[in-house]
Write a new protein. Structure first.
Length: 196
């Protein structure tokens, strides 16, 4: 509920104020409202039972995002494999994961000028800790990851870090002129600490 209040609620209030003040055109209002709908759909998807199955959660994300990517002329390559279940994957954790990945894809749409996005899953360990990895790669223009995380306007990247920490995971970015790789690592067992 807090996430819906802070996300959808804040966006709707912002849109309403902008319309009342005549500060935005119809296209911008439409964009804000579409973002609100996306946030609402993610919140609803996170409440669906996924039986600790990360792939089922990712499938609902794909269903929500694929039309937008196609409308933007971006090809989605879906390279997922079977993953172990995450027994701790409850609605709150699911929403964190969906928001992390949504932010990663939104960053590509808004900044990367990419033509292809590839989503990859794999089981993985970080030192002695078992987990799963979700990677989003694009063929866009890349960015200075350290500067973006440190920038005062880079709240989205810091929010990704904060949300990953909330579920015991980590995020990382590797970027260059040929594109960006974003990695979300999640532990198999909640409370398992990484060695990094």
């Amino acid at each position: 509920m807090q996430d819906m209040h802070d996300g959808v609620g804040a966006s709707l209030i912002s849109a309403l104020r902008s319309v009342e003040q005549g500060a935005v055109d119809d296209a911008k209002v439409s964009q804000i409202l579409k973002g609100c709908l996306d946030d609402l759909k993610l919140a609803i998807d996170s409440m669906e039972p996924v039986d600790a199955d990360l792939l089922l959660l990712l499938a609902s994300l794909r269903y929500r995002l694929e039309p937008r990517l196609e409308g933007s002329g971006i090809t989605l390559a879906w390279d997922v494999q079977d993953l172990p279940t995450l027994a701790w994957l409850d609605p709150s954790s699911a929403l964190h994961i969906l928001r992390i990945l949504q932010e990663g894809i939104a960053n590509i749409l808004h900044h990367a000028q990419a033509s292809t996005i590839r989503l990859v899953t794999a089981p993985e360990t970080q030192g002695p800790v078992a987990g799963v990895r979700v990677t989003i790669e694009d063929d866009g223009r890349g960015f200075d990851t350290e500067a973006a995380v440190a920038a005062t306007g880079g709240r989205g990247l810091r929010n990704q870090q904060r949300r990953a920490q909330a579920v015991g995971g980590t995020v990382a970015w590797t970027s260059g002129p040929m594109g960006t790789r974003f990695t979300l690592w999640l532990p198999l067992n909640q409370g398992a600490a990484t060695t990094d």
